[in-house]
Design a protein around this ligand. Sequence first.
Ligand code: TTP
Ligand code: MG
Length: 356
Amino acid sequence: MPGDDGQAPAATRRILHIDMDAFFAAVEQQRHPEWAGRPLVIGGRGDPLQRGVVATASYEARKYGIHSAMPLRTAYHLCPDAVFAPVDYREYEQVSAKIKKILRSVTPLLEDVGIDEAYLDVSVLPAPAEDLARDIKQRIRAATGLTCSVGIAPNKLLAKIASDLQKPDGITAIAQSDIPDRIWPLPVRKIPGVGPVTEGRLRAMGVETIGQLAALAPDRLAAAFGPSHGGFLHRAAGGVDQRPLVTHREPKSRSREITFQRDTDDWQAVAKVLAALSREVAAELKREGCRGRTVGVKLRFSDFETHTRERTLKEFTHSPETIRKAAFDCLGRLALTKKVRLVGVRVGDLKREDAR
Ligand code: TTP
Ligand code: MG
């Protein structure tokens, strides 16, 4: 029987994790068929000699060692013959919306976790999960020309690990009984939530694989990482994850930021960019039917020192003029002592217009 929220009890859950393959790059290869099969790097403004980082790279480019978050210049040195193209979020968001619509038609029990991924709880559907996964892949391909990889498992954690195991264009099912053979040999970094810091500390304890992590006494993990993170690591290594899908999420804030091509000490230039960013955030809030009550500004200097200021307004707003004024007020409280590298604006404490 499904629970009150329509989700199945833990013992019988079947969760799919769908993740698009090389998403931004694959969308660009659809739009530019001449780039298909070629090393393609998406990032910044598309000029590898300008400042910026790689958002993603096609699988052909990954063979050269190019990956997300790498400086574009480094990518250029690894593969000067690659095609470099700018990020076009508007296009990717449109494609993403088509994909999410297909997924929602399978079940409304969907957790939207990002532009190119989602979890589905298909526990109560009569069809086998593999059939659903094949059907989803086929429909996404027909609507967008794109491939994705699907993980099938009794919980979100294992489903996400599984979707990554046979990328691109894979379907991977992991049952509880597969954990020793298929999960334990993997490096700890494959656990979502284990980043470079935890990885380094685990390595210092002699732990590199998920199996070695599972063999550690829980109190040793709690002593090293605290009860909360330590407990998470212990459960994750055993493939245990009881988190439900979050099928409805209220937005908390909206923000925009931009890195200057050249660090600047021109106050007017900073103010002009801040005004443009304020207008963009205001437009996004309006589109989403939201208003916010706090406005924050972020400044990052050339030495990466970062400062923020925030203001609380009297009323909830999505007025570009009010947001810009509040942002300027915050900017005025920041001392421009060094050249500025990045400026950003954030509107928080959001509420929906239809909320009472
Ligand atoms: P991912 O799903 O992490 O990567 P991907 O879809 O490009 O490749 P994979 O086949 O391995 O799933 O991220 C989805 C998109 O999010 C990606 O296409 C670009 C964007 N992104 C960034 O902009 N910066 C980043 O550091 C990462 C990791 C992703
Ligand atoms: Mg992806």
